[in-house]
Design a protein around this ligand. Structure first.
Ligand SMILES: O=C(O)[C@@H](CO)OP(=O)(O)O
Ligand SMILES: [Mg+2]
Length: 401
């Protein structure tokens, strides 16, 4: 019933105005799925390869489409993703591009769900998946690779850990974003926004932390539940491998000082979440930090693990981190992303399903987070390509009760 009849690929726009791959999958019985690949700016060195859009589409048409059409069932995600891997033939999707691979993988999942007449989260997660919903982490202030002349730390996140529902969490994050806008205004600081819709003011990291802490406290008082503060340091972007130091503008920190600095921030601001506190090759520094503050906060590897089970297994073996960021395009297929969640969960690590800084209206990650019972999702706060996922989460929560 779900045998694939056709796969179409096209260039569409992403939220940065760049091109990306969109895929349509149609099955023999008329099931249809459409999905588009996101794209990172602060990409990890070990991510699957994103090819230029046209190149990726041409290669996928040549190598992957013939292996899918009339051969593979869209309802069997493992079969779809195995065919994509076989068509590519490399470890990192450098032949057809992770952008085409992930678009087809997600579109096939939607086509499979369509044939079943089931929502995507249920097709992926099964009937007995439980009824937990992820807490959305909302990027409210940022800089790094996502904005120029703004903070060095890439993302300051609202973490509404006490929210009684997805909907209340989503609106709390939006309220924090709004409150920060007002606080910036009061201080006469003009600010635009970065790639993910977060405020990108020309202030230092300490001031940004004070501002976000004040805004989350104010909104927490209003809504009556706890809202913590989180960070994505995206430390690989600050690291100068030649000199072996982290550069925050004119200031420098050695790797040991970096670990001390983050540990101090965790204590001082009672941080609920820290992503990529050290650069992507420093498993030792990550493990040291996990030893020191891992019982108090979520320490999440993004560039460190790149949704890759081999790197994640190394982190588990070495005690580096207690959470993994899960980005399907970082590894290339939904099956690989689910493998990373399952490996993490089996070993007591939390999974954090995540968007990219370059996004589309595609909302697959909202379903993936619910399907896999991920405790957290990072998908922005405001802006259409971000609210597409947040509003989908609200709909899923309503649908699932
Ligand atoms: O570092 C990150 O976590 C992401 C998403 O916020 O950014 P990018 O997609 O640019 O890698
Ligand atoms: Mg990150």
């Amino acid at each position: 019933m779900t045998l694939i009849r056709s796969v179409s690929l096209r260039r569409v726009l992403d939220s940065r105005g760049n091109s990306t791959v969109e895929a349509d999958v149609l099955t023999e019985s008329g099931g249809f799925g459409r999905a588009a690949a996101p794209s990172g700016a602060s990409t990890g060195e070990y991510e699957a390869i994103e090819l230029p859009t046209g190149e990726s589409i041409a290669a996928a048409r040549q190598h992957a489409v013939p292996r899918l059409v009339g051969e593979v069932h869209a309802g069997n995600q493992r079969e779809v993703d195995a065919a994509l891997r076989a068509a590519d033939g490399t470890d990192d999707f450098s032949e057809i591009g992770a952008n085409s691979a992930v678009a087809v993988s997600m579109a096939a999942a939607k086509a499979g769900a369509d044939v079943l007449g089931a929502p995507l989260y249920q097709h992926l997660g099964g009937t007995f998946r439980g009824d937990n919903f992820p807490i959305p982490l909302g990027n409210v202030v940022g800089g790094g690779e996502h904005a120029t002349e703004a903070t060095h730390i890439q993302e300051f996140l609202a973490a509404p850990v006490g929210a009684p529902s997805v909907s209340e969490a989503v609106f709390a994050n939006a309220a924090v974003h709004d409150r920060i806008g007002a606080l910036l205004d009061e201080r006469g600081i003009a600010a635009g926004t970065g790639d993910e819709g977060a405020w990108a003011p020309p202030i230092d990291d300490a001031t940004a932390l004070e501002l976000v802490a004040e805004a989350t406290d104010d909104v927490a008082d209003d809504v009556g539940f706890e809202i913590g503060v989180g960070l994505d340091v995206a430390a690989s972007e600050l690291y100068d491998a030649g000199d072996g130091v982290y550069r925050y503008g004119d200031a420098e920190r050695t790797p040991a000082e970096q670990v001390d600095y983050i540990a101090r921030l965790v204590s001082e601001y009672d941080l609920a979440y820290v992503e990529d506190p050290v650069e992507e090759n420093d498993f030792d520094g990550f493990a040291d930090l996990t030893d020191r503050v891992g019982d108090r906060t979520v320490l999440c590897g993004d560039d460190l693990f790149v949704t890759n089970v081999d790197r994640l297994q190394r982190g588990i073996d070495e005690g580096a981190g207690n959470a993994v960021l899960v980005k399907p395009n970082q590894i290339g297929t939904l099956s690989d992303a689910v493998d990373a969640v399952e490996l993490a969960t089996r070993n007591g690590l939390q999974a954090v399903v995540s968007h990219r800084s370059g996004e589309t209206e595609d909302a697959t990650i909202a379903h993936l987070a619910v399907a896999t019972d991920a405790p957290l999702i990072k998908t922005g706060t405001v802006g259409g390509e971000r609210t597409a996922k947040l509003n989908e989460l609200i709909r899923i929560a309503e649908d699932a009760v």
